[in-house]
Design a protein around this ligand. Structure first.
Ligand SMILES: Cc1ncc(COP(=O)(O)O)c(C=O)c1O
Length: 506
């Protein structure tokens, strides 16, 4: 018997040996995945939202070696059981209606279908010429979103005389890095030294701003403050315009270059809003040779601007040079989808564009088209616009508004419960669908409360540490945003809160 004959092979292994697949095979595989997905979705309301595995447990259940022979089509019959036994227990179930942790990572039927369709197409829209529809659909949905969120015309492709526009970045972190690169390029072009560039954001800003400075070479580590200025905040944790002005003036006096200011409209810990109209006004009074780039991080809260009554979340955005908003957080668009707009796209592409001969093509050479590879670090890019297009059409502006309003109403319910409960107090004012509270008395009680609630497994919350009335404290966060959350899930949350509270405060 030859060696080859001695190796047992699944009868239908052949299809695994090459990547092509027939339409029939696609349908068969999809049937299996559909059956698994259905049982998974059905299980969500009744399972703990938190992961049920400790470090290394999933790893230990996986074969340490890759398979020598492909399983072929027979694999699909096994994946449902494997997902249930091997993968699902080690997942945090972000789509669970009991998920109130972090910020949401919301999803929807059109979002899921858009991801699937994009995977089937698997086009690489790095250049306009490598898939014109991918680029032009993205341009159109970015303009649609600019309209939905009430952005100034300067951020749109289709506005007369506009030199702005938007693209989909993977994450807000990538948007922050792209902004910083564009901001620095503008200053370098104006003759400023790269070594003197400074970045300003508040002490409450997301870590992605400092990370952008680290990646761009402006900081040697998270604690390097030689060119990163963390501006103090007021009692409501919003950036102090006065302190920002002072920091900028100090740096100008020292011969340094204020390169970028990043405000946060809806901070990660408590949903605070920096005074963007005031900061924007202050910066616009500076001579353009000294004025830093203004980036606005509205990753979580920005989508609320779809509702007229919440348009204020983006007040002052007309002063911004760039802006990011993540529909993958709170607008039912599957991860990943960060919308990133710039007013002057040439300063962005000037910082990012490099054209080797193998990418040259007549349309790009003629400057007739948008090549999205020039808007971020990656060259290759998938067709993320499809899912956003379908989300916008499936729900329509009214449906999106109803979604945001529903979650804000649920958050009001949580807020009312906190206000009524003498053992709890709001740590900061509710911000849209985010409620932050603390247990009255000893600081550790808040941490203990959240740990106990999470250990029970019926709902999942997170905590943070922020100044409350000037003193650093543990603060519990309830972030409402899962697409399937309803009033009954808030009732469970409140039940859990009260009963854990009975254990923490006798
Ligand atoms: C205000 C804010 N900005 C930026 C980010 C980073 O988001 P991303 O994961 O898209 O980089 C977050 C994440 O929660 C955030 O809350």
């Amino acid at each position: 018997m030859s060696e080859e004959q001695s190796i047992p092979r699944p009868a239908d292994a052949a299809p695994a040996n090459h990547g092509g697949y027939s339409p029939e095979q696609f349908s068969e595989a999809l049937g299996h995945i559909e059956r698994w997905a259905r049982t998974y979705l059905e299980s969500l309301p009744d399972r703990p939202a938190g992961a049920q595995r400790g470090p290394g447990e999933t790893l230990a259940s996986l074969d340490p070696h890759p398979p020598a022979q492909g399983e072929g089509m027979a694999m699909w019959g096994r994946v449902g059981d494997e997902m249930r036994s091997t993968i699902e227990p080690g997942l945090m179930h972000w789509q669970s209606p009991a998920f109130f942790a972090y910020f949401p990572c919301s999803s929807s039927l059109p979002g899921v279908m858009g991801e699937l369709a994009s995977a089937v197409l698997n086009v690489n829209g790095m250049l306009w010429s490598t898939s014109p529809s991918a680029t032009e659909l993205e341009m159109r949905v970015l303009d649609w979103c600019a309209e939905l969120f009430g952005l100034p015309e300067a951020f749109r492709f289709d506005a007369a005389g506009s030199s702005g526009g938007g693209c989909i970045q993977g994450t807000a972190s990538e948007g922050a890095l792209a902004s910083l690169c564009a901001a620095r390029k503008r200053k370098v072009d104006a003759g400023r030294e790269r070594s003197g560039m400074c970045v300003y954001t508040s002490t409450q800003a997301h870590s992605s701003i400092i990370k952008a400075a680290m990646v761009a070479g402006l900081a040697d580590g998270p604690d390097d403050r030689s060119r990163v200025r963390l501006i103090e905040t007021d009692g409501g944790l919003a950036m102090s315009t006065h302190a920002l002005r002072e920091a900028i003036e100090r740096d100008l006096d020292a011969g340094l270059t204020p390169c970028m200011v990043s405000t946060t409209q809806g901070t990660t810990s408590t949903g605070a809003f920096d005074p963007l109209p005031e900061i924007g006004e202050m910066l616009s009074m500076m001579p353009s040779s000294k004025r830093p780039w203004l980036h606005v991080d509205a990753a979580w809260a920005g989508v609320a601007a779809v509702c007229r009554q919440f348009r204020g979340v983006l007040a002052g955005v007309e002063h911004a040079d760039s802006l990011c908003i993540n529909p993958h957080k709170w607008l039912m668009t599957n991860f990943d989808c960060d919308l990133f707009w710039v007013k002057d796209r040439a300063s962005l592409t000037g910082a990012m564009s490099i054209t080797p001969d193998y990418l040259r093509n007549p349309q790009s050479d003629a400057g007739e088209v948008v090549d999205y590879r020039d808007w971020h670090v990656p060259l290759g890019r998938r067709m993320r616009a499809l899912k956003l297009w379908w989300v916008l059409r499936y729900f329509g502006a009214d449906g999106l508004r109803a979604h945001i309003e529903h979650h804000v109403r649920l958050a009001e319910q949580v807020e009312a419960c906190i206000r009524e409960e003498p053992r709890l107090r709001l740590a900061h004012e509710r911000s849209l669908s985010l409620v932050c509270f603390a247990v009255v008395g000893e600081d550790e009680r808040t941490k203990d409360l959240i740990d106990r609630i999470n250990a029970r497994g019926r709902v999942l919350l997170t905590r943070t540490r922020v100044p409350v009335e000037g003193v650093s404290r543990w603060v519990a966060r309830v972030a409402i945003g899962a697409s399937s959350v309803e009033a009954k899930h808030i009732e469970i949350l409140i039940e859990e809160l009260r009963s854990a509270l009975d254990e923490v405060v006798q």
